[in-house]
Ligand binder design. Structure first.
Ligand code: NAP
Length: 242
């Protein structure tokens, strides 16, 4: 198996990559600017790629050719994402700038990369698309993060459309909806509110480790449950259950 993982340098994407390499996957991991862990770059099964998903020209130049190679990844994990604050008190221009950047990184780029993968996978008659959404798609977020919630809701709907239309072509698509996961993205909330407060409504008294998400994604990427296509996998420490 062969996977492309966006945002593989840190947090959830790093854990996903660790789990996939452990299962002997070949992995192309992307990042915007930070270094990859040494145990990735020293692994012959790992290839690193730098691309800013906020830059559509760079996305096309860097990622599209991957799906024109002789051997292409049969698993795509759209994991990279941004969580930008923009309250309704901001002027329209500033608010829309943040809205547009959030949509570009969290929805537009993942959808376009998926399109490139799908157009190749229909020829190979196999492919697994895993999109990392968020609990925000299901329960909303505060108004400052409404663009984030909308982008993640869009990603779930996009994933369901792929699942519905490509199953008969050997392709499955899944969404992951994490709650609070202990990564850099959640660190501000953890520092401001503390782990005890954030876990009050949860079934556990610690915030979910990214490694657990990594294990879940590696299982879905194994191709063992194609008939779960279109499903969203909620991993939130029991903070809500659907
Ligand atoms: P993180 O710790 O902030 O890591 C983000 C990763 O994405 C990094 O590898 C980063 O690359 C990459 N990235 C960020 N902006 C990028 C851009 N413009 N272009 C290319 N790569 C970019 O985030 P995380 O917590 O692991 O989140 C991973 C996914 O899970 C996201 O889609 C997020 O929305 C979702 N999620 C997270 C939580 C949570 O509580 N952590 C909850 C729900 C959903 P660099 O290292 O180079 O910056």
């Amino acid at each position: 198996m062969y996977a492309l993982v966006t945002g593989a340098s840190r947090g959830i994407g790093k854990s996903i990559t660790k789990s996939l390499l452990k299962e002997d996957f070949k992995v192309i991991g992307t990042a915007r600017s930070s270094e990859f862990p040494k145990n990735f770059t020293q692994n012959d099964n790992f290839e690193s790629l730098y691309v800013d998903l906020a830059d559509p020209v760079a996305v096309k130049k860097t990622i599209k050719p991957i799906f024109d190679r002789d051997e292409v990844p049969n698993v795509l994990i759209n994991n990279a994402g941004i969580f930008m604050e923009s309250g309704f008190e901001k002027n329209d221009e500033t608010w829309l700038q943040k809205w547009d950047k959030t949509m570009q990184v969290n929805l537009r780029a993942p959808a376009l990369i998926s399109k490139w993968a799908l157009n190749r996978w229909v020829k190979e008659e196999e492919g697994y698309l895993i999109n990392v959404s968020s609990r925000a798609a299901y329960r909303g977020d505060t108004q400052e993060y409404s663009a984030y919630a909308a982008s993640k809701g869009g990603l779930v709907a996009f994933t369901k459309s792929v699942a519905r239309d490509f199953g008969k072509k050997g392709i499955s698509a899944y969404s992951i909806a994490p709650g609070f996961i202990k990564t850099d993205m959640a660190i501000d909330s953890i520092e401001v509110y503390g782990e005890e407060y954030l876990t009050q409504g949860m079934a556990f008294d610690e915030i979910t480790s990214p490694d657990e998400v990594g294990e879940l994604v590696a299982f879905l990427a194994s191709g063992k449950v194609p008939h779960m296509t279109g499903s969203t996998f909620h991993i939130n420490g029991g903070s809500y259950m659907i």
